[in-house]
Design a protein around this ligand. Structure first.
Ligand code: ZN
Length: 281
């Protein structure tokens, strides 16, 4: 099957994946996330976690990913080096943040210039919406803030987008911007998510659609002649397989139920040597 695509993943947060889900978004950021991300100034610390997240996502079949790193340029570049070393296809975004009163040592002293290819967050919780409204009263809404600053384009992938108005969704459509929607994250952060189907919303159910938002749908995503080969070899009869296959089962069943136990071969470049292959499996 084609390799899996993750359109929004925070590499530094892999350190506490699956835990610390007891606070609403803004408190979660200041209590857990920013203090943790501040540690990635340290090269050795970053190298260990970033190596693990790249290896783990690859092992779980994610051959393409769009990563957030932290505000630190050196270790963001280190993440890119690690991705290259293990052969994952990825985009890496350095976090830009010049306002952070809650964790003052984790912010930049100058504002970075706007970038035309953006990965960011929008309208994740109602509390966050109010904060943005108070900080930027001159803008019509959250989407207008990005748009007027030229950050809402066909190369933009915005995470969450749980509370966009009809008007904002229309603007997303007009600009060709995409939404990376994560039901489990929205559930954990008390976002009370609603998913509006009129924008390009990227869910795990459609790899090719996700790739279109990353500008890679002409490169990978299926096995059309001329595309790069990007595939996972799945053994449906692996001895510790977490599902049973019946004759009428479809590709969707396989995609939804299989795990890394069925992934019998990672992308060729992942393994640098025979020894590496042994460690992987
Ligand atoms: Zn995010």
């Amino acid at each position: 099957m084609p390799g899996l695509v993750d359109t929004h993943i925070h590499a530094p947060q892999y350190l506490f994946a699956g835990t610390r889900v007891d606070l609403p978004l803004l408190q979660w950021l200041t209590t857990y996330t920013f203090p943790t991300e501040a540690k990635y100034k340290d090269n050795d610390f970053a190298e260990e976690v970033y190596t693990r997240v790249v290896r783990r996502t690859l092992k779980n079949g994610t051959t393409t990913a769009c990563y957030f790193a932290t505000i630190y340029t050196d270790t963001s570049l280190l993440l890119a080096d690690i991705i290259d070393k293990f052969g994952q296809r990825a985009f890496v975004g350095k976090v830009c943040m010049d306002m952070n009163d809650a964790v003052p040592h984790y912010k930049e002293t100058t504002a970075d210039s706007s970038v035309p290819e953006s990965l960011s967050h929008i309208s994740e919780t109602e509390e966050e919406l109010k904060v943005v409204e108070n900080m930027f009263p001159a803008y019509q809404n959250y989407t207008d803030l990005y748009d007027k600053n030229k950050l809402l384009t066909s190369k933009t992938v915005m995470a969450h987008a749980c509370h966009l108005s009809e008007e904002e969704l229309q603007l997303f459509n007009l600009r060709g911007a995409a939404v990376a929607h994560c039901p489990s994250s929205n559930f954990s952060c008390f976002s009370h998510s609603t998913l509006n189907p009129i924008v390009r919303s990227l869910l795990w159910t459609d790899s090719l659609f996700s790739l279109s938002a990353l500008g890679l749908d002409d490169v990978i995503g299926n096995f059309e002649v001329g595309k790069e080969f990007d595939a996972l070899l799945i053994n449906t009869k692996a001895s510790d397989s977490p599902f049973d296959l019946f004759s009428a089962d479809t590709f969707e069943y396989l995609r939804g139920c299989s795990s890394n136990k069925n992934c019998v071969n990672c992308p060729a470049d992942v393994c640098n040597s025979a020894q590496e292959v042994q460690r992987c499996f």
